[in-house]
Design a protein around this ligand. Sequence first.
Ligand SMILES: *Cc1c(COP(=O)(O)O)cnc(C)c1O
Length: 225
Amino acid sequence: MTDPASPHTLADILDRMAAACRAAGREPDEVRLVAVSKQQPWANIEPILAAGQTTFGENRVQEAQERWAERRDGLTLHLIGALQTNKAREALDLFDVIETVDRSKLARVLADEIQKAGRSPRLYVQVNTGEEPQKAGVGPDQADAFIAECRLAYGLSIEGLMCIPPAEEEPAMHFALLAKIAARNGLARLSMGMSDDFETAIRFGATSVRVGSALFGPRTPKGTA
Ligand SMILES: *Cc1c(COP(=O)(O)O)cnc(C)c1O
């Protein structure tokens, strides 16, 4: 293992992603690395940015604004945390991809704000594949209906799905389930896989993986250390 948050770590993660792609008979450029910078001190982010990483994931709108608003150019930002409806406008002003569309009210508010703004971020629906009560996301049994509602009732263009498997379970079955739901709904993007399981996710068809601690090191609350 190389030290976290160095150009070597970034190269190492990208190498592992490429190897997982080749092992699965996929092209390395089919899978994008979303570097999850939430709760990281700038000292950990800077070397990864300097090494050429341009796609970052954040789970809070305000924290992401503080970190990225002034240096937004050339970056692709993904929102990977729960979105409150009262933050929808700010989220669509900042993010290129919102991965956490998961309820009717949010879909409706996003549709309104997208219309007012005259442009839309790319949107993924979050699926709670493990049906965990504490976790956000639409249940796997409601996913088809919710995706249809987003499209037909709200005119949203949904591009993909995202999931966070239960911590204690084998992630492969959750990745397979997400891929199946995406396929039957004609969705091309799959955001799945984190530090501990991104290679498995690539095997099951991930088009982006969200890697935080393996890239940056352990998180510090508020990222202020
Ligand atoms: C924090 C977070 C990650 C990154 O987790 P690591 O285990 O540090 O790679 C990925 N996805 C989501 C939704 C997260 O909140």
